[in-house]
Ligand binder design. Structure first.
Ligand SMILES: Nc1ncnc2c1ncn2[C@@H]1O[C@H](COP(=O)(O)OP(=O)(O)OP(=O)(O)O)[C@@H](O)[C@H]1O
Ligand SMILES: [Mg+2]
Length: 253
């Protein structure tokens, strides 16, 4: 059974068709990168998958449980708020900017949802929090506040916070685009090291070398559709004209 399954997903913003029938399935432990030009609908796809926004048409399920199914006309019908809330515990999210709570220290940021949403005992949450911070190379920063950290360190805290909830699937939306090249390299290395955790990941990224290295599969999107989907070597060598022109533009930076 797939961890995530999205089918025939369509989304409009007013007269703008942002997604035009997208399918995305992710199996257990699979790492999928989503690439494509700006405005192609990558972030929208992630926002729909993570229930931050609602699809117009199509279905969405986690581990076989429907968050939304298609009615006879293909329109999305969402499950109850209770079901949606339960499904949210299956995945975690890491965005471009880190959204840490400024008035809480690093350890509090990592453990808060474990204690208050998952209702785990504080001692257990803190032990796991320290373990994760140590994996991130940030144990000595446990008592520091977000404003005392570099951007790369803040993003590593955000990743630890997502992992603390033991997700089956982690979504990343351009996790390094707010960072300078050196910090971005650090964070990419860290994400690569998460492969051994066997957590499924969906990663929207403009870092082509990273996408090629980390992914089991790459999805190339343009204008709201998935044009290519396959193993990295196949997608990067594709003769598809849109893909070739996209690659020539990103690689010229
Ligand atoms: N809330 C919204 N209201 C109106 N239009 C939106 C909204 N969110 C996204 N769009 C539009 O949908 C299209 C796709 O946006 P999206 O953010 O998904 O692209 P993207 O592929 O993530 O681009 P980028 O690589 O620049 O992050 C864009 O034309 C965008 O302007
Ligand atoms: Mg985006």
């Amino acid at each position: 059974m797939n961890v995530l399954e999205m089918k025939n997903v369509r989304k409009d913003f007013g007269s703008l068709e942002v997604l035009r029938g997208v399918d995305l399935s992710v199996s257990e432990g699979e790492i999928v990168s989503v690439i494509g030009p700006s405005g192609s609908g990558k972030s929208t796809l992630l926002r729909l998958a993570t229930l931050l926004e609602r699809m117009d048409f199509g279905s969405l399920s986690y581990e076989g449980i429907a968050a939304a199914y298609e009615d006879e006309g293909g329109r999305s019908v969402y499950a109850s708020l209770k079901t949606l809330k339960d499904l949210k515990s299956i995945y975690g999210l890491v965005f471009q900017s880190f959204h840490l709570f400024p008035h809480w220290n690093v350890l509090q940021n990592v453990t808060d949802a474990v204690i208050h949403v998952q209702k785990r005992p504080r001692a257990e949450a803190e032990e796991r929090g320290r373990e994760l911070l140590s994996r991130m190379g940030l144990l000595e920063k446990a008592g520091s506040y977000p404003c005392e950290l570099s951007g790369g360190q803040q993003q590593r805290v955000a990743i630890a916070r997502a992992l603390a909830l033991r997700p089956k699937l982690l979504f990343f939306d351009e996790p390094t685009s707010a960072l300078d090249p050196e910090m971005s390299g650090e964070v990419l290395k860290l994400i690569l090291s998460l492969r051994e955790l066997k957590i499924a990941m969906v990663i929207v990224t403009h870092e082509m070398g990273f996408a090629r290295e980390i992914s089991d599969r790459i999805l190339f999107m343009a204008e709201g559709s998935v044009l290519l989907s396959g193993p990295p070597e196949e997608v990067f060598r594709s003769e598809n004209e849109r893909m070739k022109s996209f690659l020539s533009r990103v690689q010229s930076f």
